[in-house]
Each structure stands twice: as structure tokens, then as C-alpha cells.
Design a protein around this ligand. Structure first.
Ligand SMILES: C[S@@+](CC[C@H](N)C(=O)[O-])C[C@H]1O[C@@H](n2cnc3c(N)ncnc32)[C@H](O)[C@@H]1O
Ligand code: SF4
Length: 490
């Protein structure tokens, strides 16, 4: 693969063009001006052809389920079988648990660990240069050791396969640590915006944009601070507006602002709510308030000025991470809130004319029946406008994952069979709580609905799908227990 050959790079982001994939695409387009950079979101025959023409392929993955996805695994194996010189990298939020990726997807050349903006172009250049100086016979044994000065990759040292005590082969993994998030400057390159972006709908938005990275929260289950860190790094307002203008030019109509907690935009030592308000006012003036949403908010980072600005400049909704009605469970989750604060923030939003949704977690390993009942009581008091229910997902290398690994399988609600009122439905405890809470929330919303059989079926399917996914993920984390148990200092 001499660098004289035209470089063709393809980024595959399953189902959605994520902001991260579009940003890396933009950076690569800028770096490899003579090459071609493609961004695809499915593996249809046409895109498979694009993959077969590419000499660098980046799988930009954001869910643990992607590691278990047979279509993705088969595609990687197929690419390496047909063209062993094509370099295949895995990147994205799941890169934090590269140990699992490299054992489950043994054909990938490297995992780009952490934020990939700095590592990815350097890794591609590195392969191009190294290939130029090697003869084709030993071109497979590129010594990634020399990539140390850049850092941010993990890979298998195939020469060093070890055996464990059962005599099974264990792949030896080399890791070159990425830089600390707070020492990485955000990259403000133009995004690579696909032609069909206007057809995309992620919970109603064509695109989720990033105004800042990081979260101050410490929530045990959450990946945001683990991946982006606890220091808030914000994008300057003029560059956000330039990006929105560019997205509009490409047909984008509806924009959502992501980033864990919207109002942390420009947080330095304290909240900078005026800059947050100015930002949503200006974005709204470009796309129209009906086309802008800033859904994710923490209950302790809102006030009446922020919520009034949300009402005036966006679709007028916030989604708080409420999680539970039990103080003990909120403390187990290190949420930093309590039911009283949660109720006050809900009331404040309503008083400001903002619709308010709440996200809840069921099946946390320490959730007792009494904690769950408190969550049901909370919903009655809260009269939310909408409710999301998620079964606790042990994202590898979070504190929740450690807790799950410390919990015996038979005590974990993800596996424990439910013996209560839904006994006939053959559910696990997590599934039963998820189903029950979804039904309960229907009846205690601000506009109550009595669930009809059709809605009941939708919720039962939802609870079972979540249950199945999380069982698969939990089995995976049990399998790699020794490799992914993370030492947290607090
Ligand atoms: C609504 S936003 C949170 C908004 C805001 N940052 C906050 O914490 O209030 C994300 C929600 O997704 C859910 N979530 C995130 N990680 C999860 C996990 N590992 N398992 C289950 N639910 C999760 C939680 O309910 C969380 O509140
Ligand atoms: S759940 Fe929300 S507040 Fe907690 S760490 Fe994640 S983004 Fe931050």
C-alpha cells in the first residue's frame, strides 16, 4: 500500500451518522486532500463495494452491542480475508474497553482509544509511511510500538500469544495510552456531512451537535465523564454558528444539542448560563425554535432563566436524569441529587412553561423492591409529561460494571426470574420492573392514558428487548471480568 496509491478512507457509523464520525471524517478530508473519505451508515451492497475499494476502514462504534453484532464481525473478517493489506480500525465510545474488542474482533489492526481526532490521521500517515519503507513480505508485521509518541491505540501482539492455565490461547494486548482529555484541545474542523443527512432522524432531529464535551457528574452508570472527562471543554460560539450554517446548507432542518448536560456549555469554575442562553438564542434564530432541542439537563444545573430560554428558543422540552425515587439508590448511583431536588426541578420547569420528561433506571444491582416502589410513588407525585425507562446497562469500565461483576449472577435482577404479578410472562426481575414502570408511567403522566392491549404489547416487547440486550452485554462483561475490572480511586 504505497502512499503513491490513492488513499481511500471509509468510516462506518452503524445506523446513524454520529457527530464524532462526521468530525473525524472532516479532519481526515482535510488531512488527505488527495485522497477520498467516505462516511456510511449501513452495510448495503453499494456500501460494501465502497469498503472493498478502501485501504483504510474505521468502524466508529458507540454501543457495546456493536461488539456482539455478527454482521459487523463478518464484515471485518471478510475485508481482511479478501484484502489483508486494508487496515481496519475500531474507534468510538466503546474503545475504552479495547480488551474486549481485540479479543472479540481479532482481525482489527488497531483500536483507536479515546477521542480519536488526534490519533486517527497520525495512525493512517504512520501506516502509509511504514508501508513505503518495508518490502511487501514483512509488511504485515508493522511495529506499532513506534507509534508511542502519538499514543491512543491498542492492538494485538500476535507473536506473543500466551496460554492461560486452562491451556487456552490469550491474545497479548499492547496499549499506548491516549493523552488525558483535559490536555486535548477540541478540534474544530468542518464536519464531513453526508448527502442524505436530511433523511436521518435521531429522536426527531436530523443531527445531534456537540457544543461541549465532558460532564461534572459522577453517575456510576454513565459513560459521558468516563469517555470525555470531567472538565468541560466548549466550542466557541462563532464556530457553533458556522457549523449550524453549514449543516443547514446540507439540508439539515432539525438540530438537537447533545453533551450530557446542555447547560454546562462554557462551564469553567461555575455555570456560565448567560453564554448558554446566548448560544441557544443564536442557534434558534438560525433554525427556528421548532427545530431546536436541548433535551439533556441535570436537575441541579437549571434555573428559571435557563428554563425560560429553553421555552422561548427550543421545542420547549427538557429530559432530566431522575433515575430513581429512592434516596438510597440515588446515593448508590452517586447521582448527587435526591427526590426532593428532582421534584423541585420538575416543578420549576413546569412553572417556566417547559415540558418535562424524566429518565429512570430499573434493575440496578442494589435496587430492592422497596426502592422500586419508591420510584413508582415518585412518578405519581411528579406528573411528568413523558418518561423513559432503561434497564441498568453495565457499560464496561464504569463503576456500575464493577458492581455488576461483584454481584452473583443469581442475585442480579438482569438474570433473576420474576416471581411476582407478571409471573406468567416469564420475565426477569429487570424486565418485569421495566414493563411495570412503563405502564405505571402511562397512568400517572400529566395527561394520563389507560394502556390499551396494543400499548401493553409495545411496552412488553420493549422490556424484553432491553432485557435480552443487557443479558448479552452482562455475559460479555463476565467473560472479560479480569481484563475490565477498573480501579477507581473514589
Ligand atoms: C437523560 S440523560 C441525563 C441527563 C443529565 N445529564 C442528567 O444526568 O440528569 C441520560 C440518561 O440515560 C440513562 N442512562 C445512561 N447510561 C445508562 C446505563 N448505563 N444504563 C441505563 N440507563 C442509562 C439514564 O437514565 C440517564 O439519566
Ligand atoms: S448521567 Fe448525566 S450528570 Fe450523570 S454523568 Fe452522565 S451526563 Fe453527567
Amino acid at each position: 500500500m504505497p502512499s503513491s496509491k490513492k488513499t481511500e478512507i471509509t468510516i462506518y457509523s452503524p445506523n446513524y451518522y454520529t457527530y464524532g464520525a462526521m468530525l473525524i471524517g472532516g479532519i481526515l478530508k482535510n488531512e488527505f486532500k488527495n485522497g477520498k473519505v467516505n462516511l456510511i451508515n449501513n452495510l448495503n451492497p453499494q456500501n460494501k463495494k465502497i469498503l472493498s475499494n478502501s485501504n483504510f476502514i474505521i468502524f466508529s462504534l458507540y454501543s457495546t452491542l456493536h461488539i456482539l453484532n455478527q454482521e459487523i464481525k463478518d464484515t471485518i473478517n471478510e475485508i481482511k480475508l479478501k484484502s489483508p493489506d486494508t487496515k481496519v480500525f475500531v474507534a468510538g465510545a466503546i474503545s475504552a474497553y479495547y480488551e474486549i474488542i481485540l479479543n472479540e474482533m481479532t482481525n482489527v489492526d488497531a483500536v483507536i482509544v479515546g477521542e480519536g481526532e488526534y490519533t486517527t490521521p497520525n495512525l493512517i500517515k504512520y501506516f502509509q509511511n511504514t508501508e513505503d519503507t518495508k518490502n511487501s513480505k514483512n509488511s504485515k508485521n508493522i511495529n506499532l510500538e513506534d507509534f508511542k509518541e502519538f499514543g491512543g491505540i491498542a492492538y494485538l501482539s500476535k507473536e506473543n500469544i500466551k496460554e492461560n492455565i486452562q491451556g487456552e490461547n490469550l491474545n497479548k494486548i499492547s496499549i499506548q495510552e491516549p493523552k488525558m482529555n483535559n490536555s486535548i484541545e477540541l478540534d474544530f474542523s468542518d464536519l464531513l456531512i453526508p448527502k442524505d443527512i436530511e433523511k436521518q432522524s435521531i429522536r426527531g432531529a436530523n443531527v445531534y451537535i456537540e457544543t461541549h464535551r465532558g460532564c461534572l457528574g459522577n453517575c456510576t452508570f454513565c459513560q459521558v465523564p468516563e469517555f470525555f472527562g470531567r472538565d468541560i471543554r466548549s466550542k466557541p460560539l462563532e464556530l457553533i454558528l458556522k457549523e449550524v450554517k453549514n449543516l443547514k446548507k446540507h439540508g439539515v432542518k432539525r438540530i438537537a444539542i447533545s453533551g450530557g448536560t446542555g447547560s454546562l456549555y462554557n462551564f469553567k469554575k461555575s455555570s456560565n448560563r448567560n453564554l448558554f442562553i446566548e448560544m441557544i438564542e443564536k442557534v434558534s434564530s438560525m433554525v427556528g425554535s421548532k427545530n431546536l432541542s436541548v433535551p439533556d439537563m441535570r436537575v441541579d444545573y437549571v434555573d428559571s432563566d435557563i428554563l425560560t430560554a429553553v421555552r422561548n428558543n427550543t421545542v420547549g422540552w427538557v429530559f432530566y436524569g431522575i433515575e430513581s425515587g429512592s434516596n438510597k439508590l440515588l446515593s448508590d448511583m452517586k447521582k448527587g441529587t435526591n427526590p426532593e431536588k428532582n421534584l423541585n426541578a420538575i416543578k420549576l420547569a413546569k412553572d417556566c412553561g417547559v415540558k418535562v420528561g424524566g429518565s429512570f433506571i430499573v434493575g440496578y444491582p442494589t435496587e430492592r423492591e422497596v426502592d422500586y416502589l419508591m420510584t413508582k410513588d415518585f412518578l405519581v407525585d411528579a406528573e411528568l409529561d413523558d418518561v423513559f425507562v432503561s434497564s441498568a446497562e453495565p457499560i464496561p469500565k464504569t463503576r456500575l460494571c464493577n458492581k455488576v461483576l461483584e454481584t452473583k449472577k443469581e442475585d442480579n435482577p438482569t438474570f433473576k426470574s420474576h416471581k411476582g404479578m407478571y409471573g406468567k410472562l416469564n420475565l426477569t426481575e429487570s424486565e418485569a420492573r421495566c414493563f411495570d414502570l412503563l405502564l405505571h408511567a402511562e397512568m400517572w403522566r400529566s395527561v394520563p392514558r389507560i394502556p390499551n392491549p396494543q400499548i401493553k404489547k409495545i411496552y412488553l416487547d420493549e422490556a424484553k428487548t432491553q432485557g435480552n440486550d443487557i443479558r448479552n452485554i452482562t455475559n460479555l462483561v463476565y467473560e472479560y471480568k479480569d481484563l475490565i475490572y477498573k480501579d477507581f480511586n473514589n
